[in-house]
Design a protein around this ligand. Structure first.
Ligand code: PMP
Length: 434
């Protein structure tokens, strides 16, 4: 196969691969991770807040003293020890579950993939908030499913919009299989579904015979008081609950889980065995040991405090510096702020200019299946220190100010020029980025 180029494979790909495109986030990481760039892109936790020496000692003992099991194959469903601990973790959010119904996965991401493998045929519809998690969109696209977005406001998904979306799918003769939702500190919007709406959404889905996939990586990262109880704590049947240790401990271990309705659990285990044989025994032992021997709840408090301070720094800077006409969400937890730009600004087209000004964000289009979101951007506040966040906003506001000034002078001409530059932007860095 030497001498072949990527294009030589085009007509050999499976149909499900043809729609696969580079995630805007992934393509941006290459430039955004340069030290001179203030990255408001990405979604990385602040791992430096972990007691790394103590974690290192723990990992070393796991290998030296328990290596014959921690470095061995395990079972597909995940170790009993970890599944029991996962149930304890979930009980803190009011979820009552048996370890038998938990499947340990390679991050929440694999849980989403397994659910898609079990339920989605090509052409099936998934309902999801608009905007929604880019990694879930990738999973649904790989399954050749169509995503129908449901609008949100500051209180999360709008129940009337959900009913309307369900009706629209039915009218078009297609079949909606499940609602995928991130009700708490949503990625990317930063909003949270209120208690009252949680009940409404569950009722609507139950009436429509729609399964619910609740993705909940962030609810422990609240900044003031506790998050509303998860959907799965309110309703057991028809609700899949997906979560992860990526945001409460460390994403590098790649340990997440799915709590499934009992009848489905066995199929999930078969799907995971076909997919990965079994999750990493070492990573599972590390998480179980961490939960058993280290002050993990204190660590979550530390993460919360660090992120709350950073959220405040980002929002303060936005209030002080953003051009008028810019609006944004005010998250009460999680990692992200969702900004809406002044009329006419295009976040994707603006990206090369922003990178040249040494600031990165994720354009809103990445979070929609239908390429809307040009007037939005996602800003992350978990990774950078408060003074860097302020500097990032200063640079970003500067770029937005220049764009607005250009538009005022050149009108549509300036806009067209920006669009063309943007087309070569995130996926194929042009000369401005080189
Ligand atoms: N779901 C959501 C909403 C996320 O934001 C993320 C990570 N950013 C994931 C799932 C997957 O995370 P992981 O695979 O690290 O658990």
């Amino acid at each position: 196969m030497t001498g072949t180029t990527q294009d030589d494979y085009t007509d050999r790909y499976a149909r499900r691969v043809r729609g696969m495109t580079t995630s805007e986030i992934r393509a941006l990481f290459a430039v955004a991770s340069r030290p001179e760039v203030v990255s408001l892109a990405g979604g990385s936790p602040y791992i430096a807040a972990l007691p790394l020496d103590a974690v290192g000692d723990m990992l070393s003992r796991l290998a030296a003293e328990h290596g014959t099991t921690s470095l061995q194959y395990g079972i597909g469903q995940g170790t009993v020890d970890l599944r029991e601990r996962i149930c304890e973790v979930m009980s803190l959010s009011g979820i009552d579950a048996s370890p038998d119904d938990v499947v340990v996965t390679v991050g929440g991401q694999q849980a989403l993939d397994l659910i898609a493998r079990l339920f989605l045929d090509p052409g099936d519809v998934v309902l999801a908030e608009g905007p929604t998690y880019v990694g879930a969109l990738g999973v649904f696209q790989a399954a050749q499913a169509q995503v129908q977005h449901v609008a949100m406001d500051a209180d999360g998904m709008i129940p009337a919009a959900l009913s309307e979306a369900i009706d629209e799918v039915a009218r078009s003769g297609r079949r909606a299989k499940f609602l995928y939702t991130i009700p708490t500190y949503q990625n990317p919007a930063g909003v949270t579904l209120t208690d009252a709406r949680r009940e409404e959404v569950l009722d609507i889905c139950e009436r429509a015979g729609l399964l619910v996939v609740e993705d909940d990586p962030y609810s422990m990262l609240s900044f003031a008081g506790d998050a509303p109880r998860p959907l799965r704590a309110r309703r057991r049947e028809g609700v899949f609950y997906v979560s992860t240790f990526s945001k409460t401990f460390a994403p590098g271990l790649r340990v997440g889980w799915v709590l499934a309705p009992h009848a489905v659990r066995e199929k999930l285990v078969m799907a995971t065995e076909a997919n990965i044989l079994c999750p990493s025994a070492f990573a599972q032992a590390a998480v179980a040991q961490y939960l058993a021997t280290m002050p993990w709840q204190e660590q979550i408090k530390t993460y919360r405090e660090v992120y709350r301070e950073r959220r405040d720094a980002l929002l303060d800077a936005m209030r002080d510096l953003m051009p008028s006409g810019t609006t944004w969400t005010e998250p009460e937890g999680g990692l992200f702020v969702w900004a809406t730009l002044p009329d006419g600004l295009d976040s994707k087209a603006m990206m090369p200019r922003a990178i040249a000004a040494r600031v990165a964000y994720v354009p809103g289009t990445g979070f929609y299946a239908d390429s809307t979101g040009t007037g939005n951007m996602r800003l992350n506040f978990s990774f950078s220190a408060p003074d860097r966040l302020r500097e990032g906003v200063r640079r970003l506001a500067g770029v937005m100010g220049e764009e607005l000034a250009l538009r005022a002078v050149f009108g549509p001409t300036g806009q067209t020029r920006q669009r063309r530059r943007g087309a070569a932007g995130a996926d194929a860095p042009g000369p401005d980025l080189a």
